[in-house]
Every structure is written in C-alpha cells, then in structure tokens.
Design a protein around this ligand. Structure first.
Ligand code: NAG
Ligand code: NAG
Ligand code: NAG
Ligand code: NAG
Ligand code: NAG
Ligand code: NAG
Ligand code: NAG
Length: 410
C-alpha cells in the first residue's frame, strides 16, 4: 500500500539539520510514525542562496550553514530511523524565496536528489518565465475573487477558455511533466507532489503528472480559510482515487487559534476527502488533545484504505440546496465506503450547537430500512445497533460515525 501521510517542517529559519532530525525522532517518540506518518519533508530554504548552483556541475548546492555536510547524510539518518525524506523544489527560475529553481535543470536535479537518497519532492510554482505563462486562461480559482456559478464553476466568461480547450494542454502541465519525466528516468522512486495552487484546473490532469496536486492557494491557520478550501474541494472529488489526490494543503492543527472542535473538523474532512495528511507545526508544542486528533486511527485508516480508493463525498448540503457553492454554508453531510463499512460525517458550520440526524437511506450505497452497528469515531464509543443516529454537534465540530455491518432487528 502506498502511504501519502507525511509530517512537514514548514519553511522557516527553523529548518536546520538538528531540527529536522529532531522532528523525525519525535514522529517516532509520539507514536505518529507507526500510524503512517512516515515522510519527513522540508520546504523552502534548504538550498544555498544567491549562486544556488555549482558553476561547473550545475547541481543545486545545499545551505552549508544550516545543513553542514549536505543532505545525503540527513537522508541517511532519516532512513536509519526507518522513515522517508522529502525535499522542496520549484518549477520556475527561482523558488518563492529566490533560491535556484529547477526549470531546464530537471534531469540534473532529479539525479542529484537520487544521489542524496530523497524519497519525495514537492515542486512549487513561483517565478515562471513569461514564455511559460502564455495560456490565456489560468482556470477558475476562488483565491482570485472571481464570481462563482453553480457547482463551483467559474462564471467570469472573459477568463473562460473556448469549448474546444482541454486543460491537459496547459503549459502548466507541460512544465510539471518535465520533472515527472526526469524522475521516471531514475532507478529510485521519488514521489512527486506538485503545488500549482489549483491553476489550469490541475485536478483534470494532475493524476497523469503526480501523486498529489495542490488545489488552492496557501492555507492559513484560520477557520474561515479552512472551510473555504473545504467548500471548493467538495466539487472536485471525482478526480481522487488510488495514487492521485487533491492536496488540500498542510494541516494547521497546532497553529493559530483553532478550537479543538475546528481542529476535529479540519482533520476529519482532510482525512475523509483523502487529502495528503501533512502535519505542519512544531511537534513538541502540540497539546495532548491536539495530538490525539492527529492520531485518530479510524480516520487515518479510512484515508489509507487498501481496498477503497475513493474519498467520502457530500450526500446532502444541509443549510443550502445541494450543490450550492457557498464558502460559509457548504456541504454538511458526507459519506464514503471503506473496508470497515461506511464513514458518515456531520459537520456543523454554525456558531451554536446543532441537532443533526444521519439517515442511512440517504447515504449512497447503504441500503436504508435496516439497522447497523455504529461507532462514534471521535469518542470511540460503540453506539450499538441503530436505525439512524441523532446527535448534538457542537459549533464548528464534525461528528464522524463508522457504520458497520447490518444487525438483526432487536
Ligand atoms: C565558480 O565557483 C567557485 C566556487 O564556488 C568560485 O570560486 C568561482 O568564482 C566561480 N566562478 C564563476 C565564474 O562564477
Ligand atoms: C452539479 O453537479 C451535480 C453532480 O455532479 C450534477 O448532478 C448537477 O447536474 C450539476 N449542476 C450543474 C448546473 O451543472
Ligand atoms: C538503473 O539501473 C540499471 C540496472 O542496474 C543501470 O544499468 C542504469 O544505469 C541505472 N540508471 C541510473 C539512472 O542510475
Ligand atoms: C489515477 O491514476 C491511477 C494510475 O496511476 C489510477 O489507478 C487511478 O484510477 C487514477 N485516478 C482516477 C481518479 O482516475
Ligand atoms: C482567532 O484569530 C482570528 C484571526 O486572527 C480572529 O479573527 C479571531 O477572533 C480569533 N479567535 C479567537 C477565539 O481568539
Ligand atoms: C451562503 O448561504 C447563506 C445561507 O443560505 C446565505 O444567507 C448567504 O447569502 C450565502 N452567501 C452567498 C455569498 O451566497
Ligand atoms: C460566527 O461568528 C463569527 C464571529 O462573530 C461571524 O463572523 C460568523 O459569520 C458567524 N458564523 C455563522 C455561521 O453564523
């Protein structure tokens, strides 16, 4: 089975060899690695500033101050711990932080990471030369404040391509495929995760290029932004299955001022929609309760199910009519199938506690009119044999039920 969980040390001056190895050790000590968080990834800032490439070999150079001895030795230490290592690159001339980019150097860079024994690469989208930005249409994107039509489609016709256009022809795909092809020539498996912020309708071609593709501009440790990203993603779930994932961006649990209920919603939906699960907070600062959220084994098992690759999808919006795109009042009822049964989620977008009912007959694929064994995935409680489940769901919280086998009538 392929795992796409990971723990990520986000871009910052805190990215040093010692902190990186310490994070790997913490993944083990905190019991996260045994649940599947097996990649330790670095973002921006690992490479040398200014003259980022060696002027003879043209290879990228590491930052000797923060990574004395280079990255191969870091990879060796991470592998020694039984974990995998991820690096960061950019598909333009420079990274977002003005280090050397990989455009036109894809093969050299892929070979360098191969020699360094890397297992994963995130490829960013900053500083793209004019010649590579010639598509007339960048696609519809909520971050660009365009008006929205039904089903989350873009209603601004001035930016819409003609009917014959296929997003697979976009220069974005051609550019990101260069790195895919360079990695494919290696004997080593280096997983490609692309980050073009959802542009050029990446979900329509991402699966031919990478194992995950970022769907939006950057996330933020902020409730409004988290549910906005969720609202957008609910319209693009048909593109997700084994080996290909809409990346809803890194988990913000532990950052900002998210309440525990908000953190539960964030983790429940990111796991259920089969986004990569990338922790991005200093692990030592997580509270017991935040850590417990990241360690919800039932949700991780759903995210990583070996038999069912499809994500949970909305089966009912709730407040608004089905398929209404609304950043605040998005879909509230979701379900998906797994080896264990059906996962049913009930999300409460309101600021006060709501009474919510899960009716099995409404869940696609689950025959109604029967009773099923039900477990509450957040409390761990076996609710027993139920014809339906009615629950109080707190403000911004999400109830997650595992609906198991049919039980005979009581
Ligand atoms: C090439 O790199 C070396 C070592 O970093 C440096 O001493 C030299 O000045 C560079 N040459 C040019 C032409 O930039
Ligand atoms: C919205 O999407 C749903 C599900 O794919 C579909 O049944 C419905 O026809 C769509 N509505 C429009 C206006 O495209
Ligand atoms: C991959 O392995 C094969 C067989 O061991 C070898 O001939 C080839 O040179 C290797 N390719 C690279 C890029 O290392
Ligand atoms: C994505 O590609 C893989 C093969 O790499 C395939 O198994 C999977 O079904 C594809 N996903 C979708 C949604 O078509
Ligand atoms: C959390 O942070 C946001 C944005 O910084 C702020 O608007 C909000 O009031 C804060 N909420 C709490 C409960 O502190
Ligand atoms: C979102 O839905 C709510 C509840 O139906 C509605 O009051 C609000 O106007 C909607 N927002 C937009 C931007 O349509
Ligand atoms: C919840 O409260 C916040 C802050 O008072 C407000 O901005 C927001 O619109 C409220 N959300 C809902 C769904 O009522």
């Amino acid at each position: 089975m392929f795992l796409w969980l990971a723990s990520l040390l986000f871009a910052s001056s805190a990215l040093t060899r010692d902190n990186f190895i310490r994070t790997a050790e913490q993944l083990i000590e905190l019991g996260l690695s045994e649940l599947g968080y097996e990649y330790v990834n670095m973002d921006e800032w690992w490479s040398a500033a200014e003259i980022g490439r060696d002027n003879k070999t043209l290879r990228l150079r590491h930052n000797e101050e923060t990574f004395p001895g280079g990255l191969k030795s870091v990879a060796d230490d991470v592998h020694e711990l039984g974990l995998k290592i991820g690096i960061y690159a950019d598909s333009g001339t420079y990274t977002c932080g003005k280090r050397s980019g990989s455009l036109y150097y894809e093969e050299i860079d892929a070979m360098t990471w191969d020699e360094w024994c890397m297992d994963y690469v995130k490829v960013d989208n900053c500083n793209i030369p004019e010649t590579w930005a010639q598509d007339l249409w960048n696609g519809c994107h909520p971050d660009y404040d365009r008006p929205w039509g039904q089903n989350g489609t873009c209603a601004d016709m001035t930016r819409q391509p003609p009917e014959w256009w296929n997003w697979k022809w976009s220069s974005q795909k051609v550019r990101h495929d260069r790195m895919r092809d360079a990695l494919a020539k290696l004997n080593r498996t280096i997983v490609l995760s692309i980050c073009n912020w959802g542009q050029a309708h990446v979900e329509q071609w991402g699966n031919e290029t990478a194992v995950s593709w970022r769907m939006t501009d950057d996330i933020d440790a902020n409730w409004v932004r988290i549910i906005e990203i969720l609202a957008y993603n609910t319209f693009y779930l048909n593109y997700v299955d084994f080996w290909g994932h809409n990346d809803m961006d890194m988990l913000q649990i532990g950052n900002g001022n998210l309440s525990l209920a908000e953190a539960r919603t964030h983790f429940s939906l990111w796991a259920a929609l089969k986004s990569p699960l990338l922790i991005s907070t200093p692990l030592e600062d997580l509270s017991e309760r935040e850590l417990a959220i990241l360690k919800n084994k039932d949700l991780i098992d759903f995210n990583q199910d070996p038999i069912f690759g499809k994500p949970a999808t909305p089966y009912k919006w709730g407040t608004n009519p089905d398929w209404t795109y609304n950043k605040t009042f998005l879909a509230e009822f979701y379900a998906g199938q797994s080896s264990q049964g059906f996962l049913v989620l009930m999300f409460n977008p309101f600021n006060n506690t709501e009474f919510k009912v899960a009716n099995w007959g409404e869940v696609p694929g689950l025959p109604g009119g029967f009773s099923y064994w039900v477990k509450n995935m957040w409390s761990g409680e076996d609710i027993g044999c139920m014809e339906r489940v009615s629950m109080q769901v707190g403000p911004h919280d999400t109830a997650v039920l595992l609906v198991g086998g049919k039980c005979s009538a009581p």
